[in-house]
Structures are given as structure tokens and as C-alpha cells.
Ligand binder design. Structure first.
Ligand SMILES: [Zn+2]
Ligand SMILES: [Zn+2]
Length: 276
């Protein structure tokens, strides 16, 4: 993609040269939106109308300078749609939570969370390790996992997925049913999830699962391990129980792939920026 902004000048401070950005400002609805940057709008000669061509002074039909940014934005929106993040977490980013209370005291868990997310996006390198977010319900694990996923998609423009484990297992079961639209696609589903660059597996644990479910879970974890793909796992299952799964094979893989984070104490969701 060509860089937006002044030709030969420094990249635009708002969009970093990509030509689009996430604007957290809320005007309609409950979240901000992905927008074309003003630096692109300033050069646009097509009025922002697809297919983004314009007639120049010699009556030649030209591709508009806005074209790469507008295409990039469409692509990014598609990535966010396909990530399947639950609606209430779909537009949550690092800027959405505070590391201090209104009184000014520090919230340790929120501070740590900010740090974890920043390490994912502060460098050009792909993250080497994922996170195993462990703690009782209501500690903000899913929110943190979604923020990590959203920030990675926003900054790296690569695909990611949010996976609800029970839905995943159901989807796989359906692939054995001839009536299902996913009939016969078992391996296609496992493989695509095994390879997607960023994956959040929410509510991990199959304490009542069948041997089949455990095996399927191991396959997914093992594929991601082999592919060295960034994975975030959230779970409230006691670690002792996770260790029991598949004779410890799943847990040992997870510890190699992920940094274990104990999410205890207060719920850092209380420190989300208020949406008005
Ligand atoms: Zn810009
Ligand atoms: Zn244009």
C-alpha cells in the first residue's frame, strides 16, 4: 500500500500513513468507527464513490489517490466482521480502559493488562507467545482477550478469530450430520482455525467433555503449537483440572505457547472508560 500523507513527507500522525484509523469518538451508537483519514480525504478526487476513479484534466479516467486506503479500509472491516468477536467486545481497544481510578490510585490488574497488550503492538515482530488468562468468572478475561485480538487485527491487518469453545464443538459435531451445511467439513474447520494468525479460545475447559471433545481440543491446540500461532485462552477451570486433560498433553502445550496470567482481585472492567 502506498503511504498516505504529504508525498515525501513524514507519515500522517493520525493514521501512520495507512490512510485509515479507528476513531473512538462516539457520535452514533455505542462505539467509535473505522474511518478514512483526513490526509486521504484531502487528496481524494472521486468523492469517495466506488470504484474510486476520477476524470483528470485531459479527460482520462484515473484511479483516485484514495484508492489504496479505501480498499484497505474495506479489507480491515471484513477482518473485524469475520473475527466473530461478541458484539459488546467488538470495538474494545487499549484506550478503552483506565489504569487508574478516578481518585488517581493505580489499578494493578488494569496496568498489567495494558502492558500485555502494548507488547503485542509496540513492535513489528509477530508475538511469540500467547496468554493463558486464568481466574474466576467476572475478572475481565474475555474482555482482555478481545482487546488483544482487536489491537492485533487493527495494527497488523491480519485475520483473527474469537472462538467460543462449546459452539466450536457443536459446529464440529454438525459436520458429521448430512443435514448440516457444514457436512463433511470437519478438517476444513480444524485446519482454518489451526492456522488463523490470532485466535482467542474463550471459556476453555471440557470437564464434562467426551473423549472425542478432548481429542478435538488437543488437535486444535497442537496445530496452533506446531504453526507457532498466537493464541489466547481464557478459562476459569482450576489449573489442576486442566492438567488432567488428555494426560497432561494439552496443558503442557499451553504452557509452552502461552504466558500464564492469574486474573484475580478486582474486576478491571469497572475501569472501562464510561461510554456516554
Ligand atoms: Zn492520515
Ligand atoms: Zn477518491
Amino acid at each position: 500500500m502506498s503511504e498516505a500523507g504529504v508525498p515525501g513527507g513524514t507519515p500522517c500522525h493520525r493514521c501512520g500513513g495507512g490512510g485509515f484509523y479507528y476513531d473512538p469518538q462516539i457520535e452514533v451508537g455505542r462505539h467509535g468507527e473505522l474511518k478514512i483519514c483526513t490526509c486521504v480525504e484531502a487528496q481524494c478526487r472521486c468523492g469517495g464513490r466506488p470504484p474510486f476513479y476520477f476524470w483528470d484534466d485531459q479527460a482520462r479516467n484515473q484511479r483516485c489517490p484514495c484508492w489504496p486506503a479505501r480498499r484497505g479500509l474495506v479489507e480491515l472491516k471484513r477482518l473485524f466482521r469475520e473475527a466473530d468477536v461478541p458484539e459488546r467486545y467488538r470495538w474494545k481497544f487499549l484506550g478503552d480502559f483506565h489504569a487508574t481510578t478516578p481518585e488517581g490510585s493505580l489499578v494493578r490488574i488494569a496496568q498489567d493488562a495494558r502492558l500485555y497488550v502494548s507488547t503485542l503492538t509496540d513492535t513489528d515482530r509477530e508475538p511469540e507467545r500467547g496468554f493463558l488468562l486464568h481466574g474466576r468468572p467476572g475478572t475481565g478475561k474475555t474482555l482482555l482477550g478481545c482487546i488483544m485480538l482487536n489491537e492485533l487485527i487493527l495494527n497488523r491487518h491480519r485475520p483473527g478469530r474469537f472462538l467460543n469453545l462449546s459452539k466450536y464443538l457443536q459446529q464440529l459435531r454438525d459436520t458429521y450430520s448430512e443435514e448440516s451445511e457444514h457436512y463433511g467439513q470437519t478438517w476444513r474447520i480444524i485446519e482454518s482455525l489451526g492456522k488463523v494468525p490470532y485466535l482467542v479460545i474463550d471459556d476453555f475447559g471440557v470437564q464434562r467433555g467426551t473423549e472425542w471433545a478432548k481429542e478435538v481440543l488437543y488437535d486444535l491446540v497442537d496445530t496452533r503449537y506446531a504453526e507457532k500461532r498466537f493464541t489466547v485462552i481464557t478459562t476459569n477451570q482450576p489449573l489442576g483440572e486442566l492438567q488432567q486433560l488428555s494426560q497432561g498433553r494439552i496443558y503442557s502445550r499451553l504452557l509452552e505457547m502461552c504466558r500464564l496470567v492469574e486474573m484475580e482481585g478486582e474486576d478491571f472492567r469497572q475501569h472501562l472508560q464510561p461510554k456516554v
